[in-house]
Ligand binder design. Sequence first.
Ligand SMILES: CC(C)(COP(=O)(O)OP(=O)(O)OC[C@H]1O[C@@H](n2cnc3c(N)ncnc32)[C@H](O)[C@@H]1OP(=O)(O)O)[C@@H](O)C(=O)NCCC(=O)NCCS
Length: 255
Amino acid sequence: MSDGPPQTANIGEIPLHADEVHVWQASLDADPAAIERLFGYLSPVEREQAARFLSPKDGNRFAVCRGILRELLGGYLRCPASDVCLEVGARGKPALRVDAGLRFNVSNSQGVALYAFALGREVGVDIEKIRPEVAFQGIEDRYFSPRERQELRNLPEKLRPEGFFLCWTRKEAYIKARGDGLYLPLDSFDVSLTPGEPAVLNSQDRDRWSVYPLPLRPDFAGSLVVEGDKIPVRMWEVSGYAVETLEVSDQRLPE
Ligand SMILES: CC(C)(COP(=O)(O)OP(=O)(O)OC[C@H]1O[C@@H](n2cnc3c(N)ncnc32)[C@H](O)[C@@H]1OP(=O)(O)O)[C@@H](O)C(=O)NCCC(=O)NCCS
């Protein structure tokens, strides 16, 4: 854990050690100059993907999300962002084409992105805007386990939207850490979801993973799943070229 006042630094100046995880949060609603700069890092395929969005706002958010990912990866790899070569695994998880030991994962929701990076250990991250109107439309019946549905029903009504999205992001972060995408049935494992209580994963391979809640704005839920035990997590916010220390946490929650 880093103490003291928030600091600023340049991407690429913060070394990633083998025994830690870095998480970056970024707004995807960038100004035109930043969009242009970040768009310039994209591969031809990514540029086509950005152009396929029906709304220019969504296309720009995609480009900014990928551009920042490339900028962060370039910082860790000490190479230009446009030289970073990405590929997609058999079940959809993006990775570096040349294995430098650097693992990462990305998530975005409603114009906010989260990025997680680690050396030699898998990571999965998920962010969701807490939208009460989305919760309880049958999603929990379809994707949550019986134990999760019961825990959700037991919550006081005002905590249910947050509990719902804590559950959602923990489940997604876990399947993203494993790289499985939706090949792993979401009701085949459990997570805890009560706000303010420890994050718990109950899966066949639970000894392999740790689940961390991420300190985000109150209208967002975010979760991180890391391969390993008691791994310090450090978190920053991306703002333009410079980065600001937003929040740092090395707390590993008990299983
Ligand atoms: C694609 C999926 C991995 C995540 O989708 P999501 O939560 O909608 O989107 P996120 O923003 O969190 O993550 C998308 C990013 O995850 C990464 N990703 C894609 N497939 C992945 C996989 N198999 N493993 C890990 N990461 C993956 C990519 O970087 C992707 O970004 P991109 O679209 O710019 O390429 C997959 O789990 C999915 O489709 N989930 C559906 C969500 C749902 O219905 N959940 C039910 C409630 S629990």
